[in-house]
Design a protein around this ligand. Structure first.
Ligand code: CTP
Ligand code: MG
Length: 259
């Protein structure tokens, strides 16, 4: 990367009245749906760990001054080594904290590590390594324009059915078919006013697996959440076929950009 040639900046708005924007990257999941192997965030795409792609995707935004990586609980030292080994912008500060049992717990642990001068927070899945910087900047801009919670999202290709879930491949009764045109698939980075996101994580207890979406916690507070256009390349690497797609996207970028 050519980031070292860029002039240093605090990432502040020109007036300098606001604090910094941080990106919290939950990367502590196992990746059960991807199959056996290393924790998902440490698996490589184009020879580089998925987590490093995700960190670079955040740090590529000039608005992002701090990145907090939430590492697998026993992998914080390994993640620190990876961050040291790979070229990252000098203008960005990096912190690593160990994660928790659920995504929600991991994000909360990341939020606890935020420096005091941070006023806006992005939460970005390590499992979305290829999000373009324009999407990151659009989310940051909407937060800086005053939205307390901003989510990148796309219309759905598939029609969605609500069901009574059954296990073991048993036929599942359909409960409803929501109108597809009113549905959106949400992505990350999701952007928040710091105080709003902290309050959401403090006040909302979600049972079982925990919340898979930070904006959902903000909705529970009754605070408005807005969507901005997401991007196809911000897809989440979840199942083995997603790795094939991610490699193809990377290969296309390497062929067409000075990536
Ligand atoms: N995550 C986390 N801590 C957890 C669980 C998930 O930080 N205890 C992170 C993952 O590392 C990932 C993001 O949350 O970057 C989105 O989660 P998901 O795609 O579900 O990843 P995994 O939980 O790792 O995958 P799976 O559900 O298939 O095990
Ligand atoms: Mg998961």
């Amino acid at each position: 990367m050519s980031d070292v040639t860029r002039p240093a900046t605090t990432g502040d708005t020109p007036g300098g009245s606001r604090g910094r924007t941080a990106a919290v990257i939950p990367a502590a999941g196992r990746g059960v749906r991807l199959g056996p192997g290393a924790p998902k965030a440490l698996r490589t795409l184009g020879g580089i760990p998925m987590l490093i792609h995700a960190v670079r995707a955040m740090a590529r935004s000039r608005a992002v001054g701090v990145v907090v990586v939430v590492a697998p609980p026993d992998g914080a030292a390994e993640v620190r080594n990876l961050l040291d080994e790979h070229a990252l912008p000098e203008r960005t500060d990096f912190l690593v904290v160990p994660g928790g049992e659920t995504r929600q717990e991991s994000v909360r642990l990341g939020l606890e590590a935020l420096p005091a001068d941070v006023t806006s927070v992005l939460v970005h899945d390590a499992a979305r390594p290829l999000v373009p910087v324009d999407t990151v900047d659009a989310v940051v801009e909407a937060v800086r324009d005053g939205a307390p919670a901003v989510v990148p999202a796309l219309p759905l290709a598939d029609t969605v059915k609500e069901v009574e879930p059954r296990t073991g491949g048993e036929p599942e009764p359909v409960v409803a078919t929501p109108e597809r045109a009113r549905l959106r698939a949400v992505q990350t980075p999701q952007g928040f006013d710091r105080e709003t996101l902290l309050r959401a994580h403090e006040k909302t207890a979600v049972s079982g697996e925990g919340a898979t979406d930070d904006a959902g916690l903000v909705e529970l507070l009754g605070v408005p959440v807005v969507l901005v256009p997401g991007h196809e390349e911000a897809f989440k690497v979840t199942r083995p076929l997603d790795l094939v797609l991610a490699e193809a996207v990377l290969a296309r970028r390497r062929a067409t950009d000075a990536y």
